[in-house]
Design a binder for this molecule. Structure first.
Ligand code: 9MR
Length: 469
């Protein structure tokens, strides 16, 4: 079976609602049996016949803790930047998919679906496109679409064919495409995309069209006329860059009206920002808001999935564009799960909830060998948990490596571990440093983490010890 048919078969299976045992095997990480199948947002969504995904960008590819979460928690990936025109055709006729492929390859290795974003957009457009004479721009736009869609044929579930073509009042945005090609450019873009790949689903994607308003009315009317004229459109992407406390009351109704036109709907770029700093009250409201969005999508059968616009607050676009605002995502800057994460999990039908009092509390080992290890459960849900272990050089000289050992009292198993090299033998666990975190100066510390499973209880490891090399 070639890669294309493999991808199609797997995609169909996921969308049909099979709970895929998504085991993220990050390079260099030794794995033991997988954790319970319903632990992640991706798996919970798959059980409902949907996907739950995240956008990501190339600078994170070498960030091991980030990749561990991205690769295991989400069922779908959107390439946040590097499929855009400025990256893929920076010079006319010279196509470069290297950066986009680095993300797509990783997603495929992790068994994740991929949305393509985006073919025709007024932003992140290389300068040369604006200088193309009016009578040649339609051909240039078709060439770009044809090349990129053909390049990724069989590897993507959706393409955002045209992005953000309307103004808030429902008029057309005066982009270079609108000005030089005219109203017909959007239909032409969809036709070119369909010709290049008859199977990938073709989406129109925009922001501030989540509720019923002048802008979403304009998109609605366009989709309606496309369906009447046979222009190939399969879906509408509601970006959903929202504000805490302001989820549109008409969200579900709006999703439903698009579905009733005979197209799918996806929540494509979800984040819910707040004025900083975070407070418990704002976090609580944000969690409610995330839950509302997920429930609105699940209530409409043609709402096929949801994507957050990256997953941890320090990777969000918000603070750089809206100074003083942020904290819009499901994980904080330390990759801790926020109330919004648990609200999404609950809305997806999960039983995941914050561990009321993480157990056990940090318990340094004696440290006679020049290092100590503190074990801490960082989150826990039914049959699953994550934990961090901090390794500290307790001696007076630098060490060049460390080995941490313990025994699980309740038959717990580690499913994947990052920033360390795991050897597990039943309940006995040995974790050694990896190349980049073995050397610790006197008093310095590092940490590794893991995801694990348990059955009835998740007791404190016994005999935790650290030996320095
Ligand atoms: O997340 C993207 C950010 O890194 C870029 O600097 C920005 C450029 O405009 O685009 C961001 O993504 C946008 C997406 O492609 C379309 N909808 C709005 C998103 C946030 O700006």
């Amino acid at each position: 079976m070639d890669r294309t048919s493999h991808r199609r078969r797997r995609t169909a299976g996921l969308i049909a609602g099979a709970v895929a045992a998504v085991t993220a095997l990050t390079a260099g990480v030794l794995t033991a049996p997988a954790a319970s199948a319903d632990a992640t947002l991706g798996q919970l969504a798959a059980a409902k016949g949907r996907y739950f995904g995240s956008a990501t960008d190339n600078p994170t590819l070498s960030d091991v803790p980030y990749q561990q979460i991205l690769g295991s928690e989400f069922g779908q990936i959107t390439v946040g930047n590097t499929m855009k025109w400025m990256y893929t055709e920076p010079t006319q006729g010279q196509f470069d998919y290297t950066q986009a492929e680095a993300i797509v390859d990783r997603a495929e290795a992790n068994d994740q679906l991929v949305r393509g974003h985006t073919l025709v957009w007024h932003n992140q457009l290389p300068g040369w496109v604006s200088n193309v004479p009016a009578d040649r721009l339609l051909g240039v736009m078709r060439d770009h679409i044809t090349n990129e869609v053909a390049h990724f044929k069989g590897r993507l579930i959706h393409w955002d064919v045209v992005n953000e073509a309307f103004e808030e009042n429902g008029s057309r945005r005066q982009s270079v495409f609108q000005q030089k090609i005219g109203d017909g450019y959007i239909a032409e873009a969809f036709k070119a995309a369909r010709a290049a790949d008859p199977n990938v689903k073709l989406y129109y994607n925009d922001y501030n069209i989540e509720g019923v308003n002048a802008k979403s009315d304009a998109v609605y009317n366009m989709v309606k006329s496309f369906k009447q004229q046979g222009v190939p459109i399969d879906g509408v992407g509601l970006q959903a860059h929202l504000i805490v406390g302001q989820v549109p009351a008409t969200l579900q109704q709006n999703i439903q009206r698009f579905a009733d036109l005979g197209v799918d709907v996806a929540i494509t770029e979800l984040d819910i920002r707040m004025d900083l700093p975070r407070t418990t009250a704002k976090d609580t409201q944000q969690a409610e808001d995330y839950g509302k969005v997920v429930r609105a999508c699940l209530a409409v059968s043609r709402c096929v999935g949801m994507t957050i616009w990256d997953f941890a607050d320090h990777h969000s676009w918000i603070p750089s564009v809206f100074p003083g605002q942020g904290a819009a995502l499901l994980y904080d800057e330390n990759f801790g799960k926020k109330p919004a994460y648990y609200a999404v999990a609950a809305a997806l039908g999960g039983t995941s909830s914050p561990s009321p009092s993480p157990s056990p509390s940090p318990s340094p080992s004696p440290g006679g060998d020049g290092c100590t290890a503190s074990y801490k459960v960082t989150s826990q849900w039914q049959n699953g948990f994550t934990a961090d272990v901090t390794v500290r050089n307790s001696g007076t000289a630098a060490i060049d490596g460390w080995t941490v050992t313990w025994t699980f009292p309740d038959g717990q198993r580690i499913s994947n571990l990052w920033n360390g090299d795991l050897t597990a033998d039943g309940s006995s666990v040995t974790v050694r440093n990896v190349g980049y975190n073995g050397r610790l100066g006197a008093g310095a510390s590092t940490s590794f983490g893991f995801q694990g499973s348990y059955t009835s209880s998740n007791g404190t490891p016994t005999g935790i010890a650290c030996a320095a090399a």
